[in-house]
Ligand binder design. Structure first.
Ligand SMILES: NC(=O)c1ccc[n+]([C@@H]2O[C@H](COP(=O)([O-])OP(=O)(O)OC[C@H]3O[C@@H](n4cnc5c(N)ncnc54)[C@H](OP(=O)(O)O)[C@@H]3O)[C@@H](O)[C@H]2O)c1
Length: 260
């Protein structure tokens, strides 16, 4: 039997990049997948790609900076599939609500902009909290798996990434807190810190070439991973049997670049 057979999984930020890879691989593992991302056209395209492969997916356009849209995402999931077993809090916005960006632009801590701080938190730690709160009533009844996305950038304090680093470390704190509070309901909550080639990575690399080359040089495995090939399989494990006995952890999906 496939690892996630019959499970209902919501993946935020699944219009491209890591979220899209996770949605596709989860569906191949038997999950009924809700593709929840900001741009309606990409949401529908990814859901259709999954259905074209013969699997089950529903597209629910969702801007995670809006609490009512997160609540509607979970309500629509339950309406269609009866419950929710897995939540992957992968979406993260950059820039500001008025001017979203593809990634961070290096900015000294003393010049950090209030609007960027607010939007980075709203689409990061705050959206992660809202998602967790929205699925809790269902997971409390039958257990569940939550995987949140943080970053080695926050863990190491990469220069020039102040709001991003802060919201990602807040997400790791949320993960540990929920893991302790919700373990009694058989809900496991873990964080993934990835280094995987996506649009966000490439945009960030283009703005930080020397620094990012230095990071890649520190990867003992010697290559930058692919979301579908090297990222999603770990998420399948965490969302399936692996999550039965692993909670509150930060999984470093980074070719060995950072070894805590
Ligand atoms: N790639 C890496 O190596 C790396 C490293 C460290 C951490 N991460 C974390 O891993 C996660 C995925 O990163 P990625 O590299 O796959 O990013 P990506 O390629 O930029 O994809 C991000 C996805 O999130 C969606 N999104 C952005 N803002 C949103 C919002 N307000 N509401 C809903 N969806 C939104 C985007 O949707 P639209 O297409 O509609 O904009 C897109 O589908 C993020 O949390 C990121 O911080 C990634």
């Amino acid at each position: 039997m496939a690892e996630l057979e019959g499970k209902v999984a919501i993946v935020t930020g699944s219009g491209r990049g890591i979220g899209k890879a996770v949605a596709k691989v989860f569906a191949r593992e038997g999950a009924k997948v809700v593709v929840a991302s900001r741009t309606p056209a990409t949401v529908e395209a990814v859901a259709q790609e999954i259905r074209d492969e013969g699997h089950t997916a529903l597209g629910v356009p969702t801007d995670v900076s809006q609490k009512d849209q997160i609540l509607a995402m979970v309500a629509t999931t339950v309406e269609h599939y009866g419950t929710v077993d897995i939540l992957i809090n992968n979406a993260q916005g950059f820039g500001t609500a008025e001017k979203p960006r593809a990634s961070t632009i290096p900015t000294p801590i003393e010049d950090t902009d209030d609007a960027e701080w607010d939007y980075t938190f709203r689409t990061g730690a705050t959206a992660t909290l809202w998602g967790m709160q929205a699925v809790f009533p269902y997971m409390k009844e039958h257990g569940g798996r939550i995987v949140n996305f943080a970053s080695g950038s926050g863990m190491d304090g990469f220069p020039g990434n102040t709001p991003y680093n802060a919201t990602k470390e807040a997400i790791r704190a949320l993960t540990r807190t929920a893991a302790r509070e919700w373990g009694k309901y058989a809900i496991s909550v873990n964080t993934v810190n990835p280094s995987l080639r996506t649009d966000a990575w490439e945009n960030w690399e283009a703005n930080n070439q020397e620094f990012v080359q230095g990071l890649k040089d520190k990867m003992p495995l010697g290559f930058l991973g692919d979301p579908e090939q090297h990222g999603a399989p770990w998420l399948v494990w965490l969302a399936g049997k692996g999550g039965e006995y692993v909670t509150g952890m930060t999984i470093m999906l980074n070719g060995g670049r950072h070894m805590p």
